[in-house]
Design a protein around this ligand. Structure first.
Ligand SMILES: [Fe+2]
Ligand SMILES: [Fe+2]
Length: 203
């Protein structure tokens, strides 16, 4: 059950764990800030938003092998390595903090790749991870879109990510592609800035 004591416990853990990695702590708090704003706007349970924000990158600085190990059966040969930490974090949320709410666990698990048919909480964490105020490659238009059309915002983030990944000859997530295929049916293809410019870094 999410209560103030649990949230305090997680905050204390974050402060200790990321003391030498203050940029990560800042990112996590930035994600929480925008996620709470969006959570209020879209009427999502705020304690769930806070817990998912706090725990989404909890294993970000573990090695790939450690993340593979922590993620266990949640990953398979189709899971791109940069997303291992998201799946690992979902397991840590469950095992270390006793989070049982599947919606929160999914928001953590899919914050990196997204997926087809995300819940509102999943969408908010996915978007917030990308547009938080520390991401200087994010346009004001994209941030505004999170408020006016969350799904279009997700679609554009996914296209921008795909352009970046493809440009760097990296493996693109099948989960993300499935979501893109869905959005393509709704919105049609988008051939604009997002496809042509990918001069940013994602973490
Ligand atoms: Fe992440
Ligand atoms: Fe993150």
């Amino acid at each position: 059950m999410i209560n103030e004591a649990l949230i305090q416990n997680i905050e204390d853990y974050l402060k200790t764990k990321f003391k030498p990695k203050s940029h990560r702590l800042k990112h996590i708090y930035n994600v929480k800030k925008v996620a709470v704003t969006l959570g209020n706007l879209y009427k999502v349970d705020i304690p769930s938003v806070v817990v998912a924000s706090y725990l989404h990158d909890i294993t970000k600085h573990e090695t790939l092998e450690e993340n593979r190990c922590l993620a266990g059966s949640l990953i398979n040969e189709e899971t791109p390595e940069p997303c291992y930490h998201a799946f690992a974090a979902a397991n840590v949320a469950k095992d270390l903090f006793g989070i049982k709410n599947q919606n929160i666990l999914n928001a953590i698990k899919y914050h990196c790749s997204g997926r087809y048919n995300q819940s509102l909480l999943e969408k908010i964490i996915f978007v917030s991870d990308f547009i938080e105020e520390g991401r200087d490659f994010v346009s004001a238009d994209l941030r505004q879109l999170a408020i006016t059309d969350l799904d279009m915002c997700i679609y554009k983030i996914m296209l921008q990510t795909k352009a970046y990944i493809t440009k760097n000859n990296q493996e693109f997530s099948k989960l993300t592609q499935a979501a893109i295929n869905y959005y393509e049916k709704i919105y049609g293809g988008i051939n604009d800035w997002y496809f042509k410019n990918s001069i940013w870094n994602i973490s």
